[in-house]
Design a binder for this molecule. Structure first.
Ligand code: PLP
Length: 269
């Protein structure tokens, strides 16, 4: 086997730490590793968190976030970026600058942007002005955005109650950003769960039967990390989405039933 083929892809996760190990950086490292990738990290904030909720948030200084990203990129490099829970405007500037600079010499580096805004338990993880800053500075750099239904509603101002509504929101987000959009429909009611992918070539729908589970904490992080890993492994976007969805479904099915609340998933290896 050539050195090129045997080397794992590198995925840099820029996200918040979840002390409960269910979401955020911890979910990202587990998913990337389980899929054969090499995970590096730049932590935007520490959370004191478990399956029941977020008890406290301790943000990281923008200058230290920048140092973490530089330490990784200047030595190890990366094949993909994945962003999750981000800090404030100064941190968004740092992330946009670092990704743009790295892309000058590595133009094909994938960027999966998961616009994390609220924790599943309802805790706000992002302020309004920060959302605008992400739209302006990070959206244009992303390969694909992975909003869930409430995030897409907040980004578009639309109220989303059907797959047709989701397609309208995806079109709006695609027009805003020029990116591919994977709009996740798990928050819609019904026995079938539909995600909608919009690329320059049009829509692809992915559907599955809904799992009766409370283990959904960390599914967004896991899906985005799996997607970044598969894209770095040179899968097409449609194949990468299908594989990432299958991975998340399996991780839900194998959930270990820890804690009194929501999640965590199980990342088999
Ligand atoms: N990142 C962090 C640090 C979080 O605490 C959370 C949710 O609590 C998320 C991301 C989003 O998690 P999910 O994958 O469940 O959407």
């Amino acid at each position: 086997m050539s050195e090129q083929i045997s080397k794992p892809v590198r995925v840099l996760s820029i996200a918040g730490s979840d002390s409960g190990g269910g979401a955020g950086i911890q979910a990202d490292i587990k998913a990337i590793t389980a899929l054969g990738g090499y995970a590096t990290t730049a932590i935007t904030a520490l959370t004191a968190q478990n399956t029941v909720g977020v008890q406290a948030i301790y943000p990281v200084l923008a200058s230290f976030l920048s140092q973490q990203i530089r330490s990784v990129l200047s030595d190890l490099g990366t094949d993909a970026f994945k962003t999750g829970m981000l800090g404030g405007n100064a941190e968004i500037d740092v992330i946009a600058d670092e990704i743009s600079e790295y892309r000058l010499t590595n133009p094909n580096t994938v960027f999966v942007l998961d616009p994390v805004m609220v924790a599943k338990g309802g805790a706000a993880l992002m302020q309004e002005d920060v959302i605008q800053s992400i739209q302006k500075k990070l959206f244009p750099l992303a390969t694909v955005l992975t909003p869930n239904l409430p995030e897409a509603e907040r980004l578009t101002g639309l109220s989303l109650a059907s797959v047709a509504d989701m397609k309208a929101a995806a079109r709006m987000l695609h027009a805003q950003s020029g990116n591919a959009i994977l709009l996740k429909g798990g928050h819609l009611s019904g026995d079938t769960l539909v995600d909608v992918l919009l690329t320059q070539d049009g829509f692809t729908e992915f559907s599955d039967t809904r799992l009766d589970t409370c283990h959904t904490h960390g599914t967004g992080c896991t899906l985005a990390s799996a997607l970044a890993t598969f894209l770095a492994q040179k899968k097409t976007l449609i194949d990468a989405v299908a594989l990432a969805r299958t991975y998340v479904r399996q991780a839900i099915l194998e959930a270990p039933h820890f804690g009194k609340g929501d999640g965590p998933l199980w990342h088999a290896h």
